[in-house]
Design a protein around this ligand. Structure first.
Ligand code: HEC
Ligand code: HEC
Length: 427
């Protein structure tokens, strides 16, 4: 039994004797479930697949690349066109638009480093590989790989920053090597985008210490919403841990049909893309000699269950990143909770995959039953869950950035302005 659980058990006995105004009663099981959503910020393992993950010159180079439109085919789009710093690195659109419209909602990059799989379908298995994908997607930045590597080789400011970061000029012949390094610098920048402490974290830590006065500062509605979240509504079956996600893929009854009538097969296509990629952790650009994470990437098996699954999103700062879901089809958090309240479990079970036809090959077995059931929440329950979700917002002032002229080599950038904190590395 962990120290936390022992503590909870002792605390529960005390709590049952003292009643305290403004405090929900949480059972020992509920307390244990609440405690596992912290502490924050978390300790994370060193990102061994990227040798420059914690390097400051790499982060500055990555920041420079992030705002650089020259990486797109016609000089019109940068990463920041969709991942807008002022909007928590999203674009407030249902689905992203670069050179053309895409099918998916822009994911925030805050806390992206903590993911195991990247993108809604997990089409990449590292932050650096996920950073390469948009450059060559025709609807996003539309560049040929050779365009990206030539820009880095020939533009003096970028070539200089590359040398400072990697200790040598970009290879004149090995495009893949230069490309993977560009991804790794971009990842070093994004690794530093960590959300700050929230009212929920203050409550959770007060609960852990048994500080009832501090607990009572947490709004009543949020306490009731939290109790539903870890209790009757069972949200934490999937949204668990400090980042409020199990990091895996599931389906919650959002349509997989795109506006043009085609189907977004989600995780099914994601696994195929990840396994086919030269930039997967199983390939030669993984800098980790032990290849520990590469081994687990290789062992992901494609099954019928994967049709129409999407990644369980983390929920920190979620109130700031509307609209929601992989296709941005749900406008507000109240609508999200209403969706879970009225979900049709039978339809969810039958919807996949037969109703949409066979994407190729034999029909896979019908997926196992979902854990989701219509929750039949009252209006107050819905408001309470939404109030709780709002307490997952951090207090840090929103970033304001701009004026990113890529004029000089490795300037002091706006890393500090972003309110960026570094996530402690545990080697
Ligand atoms: C046209 C808009 C657009 C542009 C430009 C763009 N992105 Fe994205 N980004 C998205 C969308 C949409 C997703 C979700 C993609 C998916 O699930 O297939 C995403 C996902 C990501 C992810 C995965 C995050 C996670 O939590 O899994 C990373 C990392 C990322 N982008 C980094 C970048 C970088 C770096 C650039 C610039 C080189 C960039 N993006 C350019 C729209 C964009
Ligand atoms: C079976 C696992 C599961 C359960 C249980 C679950 N979720 Fe989700 N949640 C997901 C998945 C998967 C998605 C993304 C679905 C998609 O895009 O198609 C999601 C999306 C969300 C989003 C949108 C986030 C974003 O950035 O777009 C919110 C908010 C959310 N869930 C809150 C909740 C709440 C509140 C509950 C409890 C009432 C809950 N979830 C229960 C798996 C789950």
């Amino acid at each position: 039994m962990s120290i936390g659980l022992v503590f909870c058990a002792v605390f529960a006995v005390t709590a049952s004797r003292i009643s305290h105004a403004g405090l929900e009663h949480f059972s020992p099981e509920e307390r244990a479930r609440i405690l596992q959503h912290g502490p924050w910020p978390p300790h994370v393992a060193r990102e061994a697949s990227n040798r420059v993950s914690s390097s400051l010159p790499a982060a500055r180079f990555g920041e420079q690349l992030f705002f650089d439109r020259r990486l797109s085919v016609n000089g019109s789009i940068s990463c920041a066109s969709c991942h807008v710093p002022e909007f928590d690195f999203t674009d407030r659109r249902p689905t992203a638009a670069g050179l053309a419209d895409t099918d998916r909602n822009t994911l925030s990059l805050t806390n992206a480093r903590l993911n195991r799989w990247f993108g809604w379908a997990g089409a990449t298995d590292s932050l650096w590989a996920a950073s390469l994908r948009p450059m060559t997607d025709a609807r996003e930045m539309g560049s040929a790989e050779r365009h990206v590597t030539e820009v880095v080789r020939t533009q003096p400011d970028l070539a200089c920053a590359y040398r400072r970061t990697f200790g040598a000029a970009p290879s004149a012949t090995d495009d893949d090597h230069v490309l993977s390094d560009v991804g790794k610098a971009l990842a070093a920048f994004q690794s530093r985008l960590v959300s700050g402490r929230t009212p929920f974290d203050a409550f959770r830590d007060a609960l852990a210490r048994g500080d009832r006065r501090a607990q009572a500062r947490y709004p009543d509605a949020a306490q009731r919403g939290l109790k539903l979240f870890v209790g009757r509504a069972q949200c934490n079956l999937c949204h668990l841990g400090p980042q409020f996600t199990n990091g895996e893929f599931d389906k919650v009854g959002i349509s997989v049909r795109r506006p043009d009538g085609r189907i977004d097969w989600g995780r099914f296509d994601g696994i195929k893309a990840q396994q086919a990629s030269r930039f997967s952790l199983t390939g030669r650009f993984n800098d980790d000699p032990a290849r520990s994470r590469g081994v687990s990437s290789r062992h992901v098996a494609l099954t019928g269950e994967n049709y129409g699954q999407f990644r369980v999103p983390g929920l920190r700062n979620v109130a700031r990143t509307a609209p929601y879901m992989h296709d941005g089809s749900v406008p507000t958090l109240t609508d999200v909770v209403r969706h879970y309240s009225t979900i049709d479990a039978l339809k969810l079970h039958l919807a996949m995959p037969h109703a949409h036809g066979d994407p190729g090959g034999d029909l896979p077995p019908r997926p196992a039953e979902s854990v989701l059931r219509a929750l039949d929440l009252t209006e107050r329950d819905i408001a309470d869950l939404v109030a709780f979700l709002h307490t997952l917002n951090d207090a840090r002032p929103r970033a304001s950035m701009g004026g990113h002229k890529p004029a000089s080599c490795v300037r002091r950038g706006a890393l500090s302005e972003l309110g960026v904190q570094s996530m402690p590395d545990r080697s």
